[in-house]
Design a protein around this ligand. Sequence first.
Ligand code: GLY
Length: 426
Amino acid sequence: MKIMVLGGGGREHAVVHAFAKSSITTELHCCPGNPGIAKLAKCHAGDICCPNDMKKLCCDLGIELVFVGPEAPLVAGTADALRDAGILVVGPGKSGARLEGSKAFSKQFMKRHNIPTSDFDICTNLDECRAALSKRKAPFVVKADGLAAGKGAFLPETYDEAIDICKMMLVEQKLGTSGNLIVIEDFVPGVETTVLALCDGKTIRVLPSSQDHKRALDGDKGNNTGGMGAYSPVPWIDDKFMKKVTDEILNPTVEGLASDGIPFIGVIYAGIMVKKDGSLSVLEYNVRLGDPETQVVLPAFGGDFGEAALACAKGELSKIKWAGAARTALGVVIASGGYPGKFEKGYVITDSGADGDDTFIYHAGTKVNENNETVTNGGRVLTVVAMADTLQEAHDKAYKRVGEISFKDCIFRKDIGDKSLKGKEK
Ligand code: GLY
């Protein structure tokens, strides 16, 4: 099939890599892609958040299946426009994308369908925020309703700090329209994990488990980032846990969407807190694969990801089976110094090694400059991934490969996977 992947980050590089290895692929395209993706797929310029542009591009190329990487084009309605043109798509339409695009919608959805989540209030003004915060204790959880590129969730330690955050959104409008509505919810202590699943509107099938590392610095210190590394599968997540997640969260989500009349073909990303007593609480839904989780989940995936994606897009997930994780993958993000704050771009990336069957470098913030050199062009620059039979081996191989790559001011966490390796993940 002629496949198009929309997006240009590390996640999309891993998706393109998985399609490149799939038996269903005859032609592989990406928009906009990046220099790493360009080695595997034909890259096209274009605005993936412009539904009509994407429809025209895909129709002109005769694309049969589109995989949408990031959330913004889904919220913008790109998947709807492609489906209108008769193209198979993995990615929900605008109505389903509200699960990620509106925190207020997703909390109300969970409440309506008895999906476990913390108690919450939806606030439209500062008085409502004050009332919602006054009934709770620190740490507070304050979220912008709309998309904010990972910068819309806050865990203030004091009431005054929480009010300042609400003012920043409601009065100073620093997050634009995304901050016009605020969700204030109970803090849930526990161990956070992510479950990614494909959903065809009727059937939901989980992908291998993964563990992200969201803070910028070793020891889970520093600012929140998009994710500085991940591994898959997670040793403590077993079939029993996945069944509990499926029974209590994923199946009720699919049933809830269907009973609300919301078609949903795509990825459900459930951010879950596992409480001390073993009970679950959904922190958030996303409607796309995680980044950098995808860079480890797809290499660890035991089946043909192209076949799985096609079955999902056609509403035929119940007809196919795939094995659990075949091997363990660990990925380390190499970022620009200063990320997630301000950083410089344009530094030349050097690599004294080479990829093998078990190590891959997924590009994110890179570009090729006028001298034909690959240079940094974003916060998260590369994800270095290694596969092995054990987490320890994958860890050692990935860090050896990281040591071969360099650019000015590069940063990376040195402890990806350490908690699990030391048996302290849970
Ligand atoms: N790594 C977190 C996310 O993709 O949302």
